[in-house]
Design a protein around this ligand. Sequence first.
Ligand code: GLA
Length: 385
Amino acid sequence: MSKESKLKERYLALFGAEPDLMAKSPGRINLIGEHTDYNEGFVLPTAIDKAIYVALATREDDKIVLYAEDFSEYFESSIHTVSPSDKGWPNYILGVVHQLQELGLAPKGFNLYVDGDVPLGAGLSSSAAVECATGFALNELFQFKLSRQEIAKIGQMAEHTFAGVKCGIMDQFASVLSKEDFVIKLDCRSLEYEHVPLLLGDYELVLLNTNVKHSLASSAYNDRRNSCEQGVAWLREEYPEVLSLRDATVDMLESVVKPKSEDIFTKCKYVVEENIRVELACEALKSGNIEEMGRQMFEAHQAISKDYEVSCAELDFLVDYMKEQPEVVGARMMGGGFGGCTINIVKKGHAERIAKQVAPAYKDAFGLALEPIFVAASGGSTLLN
Ligand code: GLA
C-alpha cells in the first residue's frame, strides 16, 4: 500500500472521515556550517528522503484534535487556549498554531494526524519537520497564502516559544525549501539562497547514528548562543558596525574579546572560521573537488569538538575512526551536537562494510548499537494526493 493510502486509511479509522488534505515535510542533513545559522552566517543543508506526514481536515467546532502515531496518543485543545503541553510532542504543532495566531491568522478547529519515518533524536530535525509539515498543511487548508520562507520562520519561532530551543533557521528552511539532488547554500542573514547540485562523483553520503542524545543538548545550545551574543556585545563597543558574528574577524576577536574571556573568544572564533569553511567547502563541491570538501568537514569536526565543545565521546570516536579509513574523505558531527549522527563522505560501495567493521568497537566502548543511515538529497514540503 502506498504511503498516501496508508495515511488516508489511518486518518479515516481515527477520525471517521477522509482528510481534506495530506502533506509531508522532510528531515534534513547539513554538509557543513554548524552553529552558524543563529549567528547570521552560512549553512549547506538539504532535505532527506525521510519525512513527517500529516493528514488533516477542518472541524465544525473550535477544537484541535491531534493524533501522533509514534506515541499512539490523542491530544485535544481548544483553538482559543493554545498553550505548551507537558506531553512534549503536541508542542511542535501547537507552537505553529500559536505563531499563526500571533500573525493575525486564525485557524479554525481541525483534526490532524501525524506520522513519519524521520528517526527521532538522531539529529535529523524531526521536530522541524513536524513544525513545517504542520505550517505547510495549515497554510493550504486555510488558504493563508504564506510563502515557504514564512512557513520556515513560523516553524523556527514555534521551536523558540513552545519547545524552548532558540534554534536558527537552518532546519526549517531546509525542510521547506530543498530541491531534489541539490543542497542549499543559505545566507542566514538575508535568507538569500542558492541550490547547489550535490554531485559527489565516486562518493556517497552515509550517516552513522550514535544512538545517543545527551541531556545537555538543549541547555548547552542556548548557552552557546548566549556566548556568541556576549561576544558580539563586546565587539560592538569597539566596532559598532558588527551586528553579528557574521561581521566579525578573528583579529577583532583577538583584540576585544580575548582579553575579557578566553572561553567566549574561542567560541566566537569557531563561528567566524566555520563560516569560512562553508565557503571553501561549497566552492570545492561546485568544482567537483570532493576530497577538499571532505577535508573541510574533518577540520570542522576538530573545531566544533575542541573549540565550540558541543561534540561528545561517541561522535569523536566515530569521526576518529573514519579518518583512518582510506575510502572516507570527510566526516564530522552534524546538527546541534551531544549525540545524533555523524555525516560521512565515503567512496561508493564501502560504507556498509565500514559501518559493520566499526560497530563492534563502538559497542565495546559505549555499549551501544551503531546504525548506518543512507540518505538522498530530496525536495522540501509537498502536498500528497
Ligand atoms: C540545531 C538547530 C539549528 C542549528 C544546528 C547547529 O539543528 O535547530 O538551527 O543551529 O543545531 O548548526
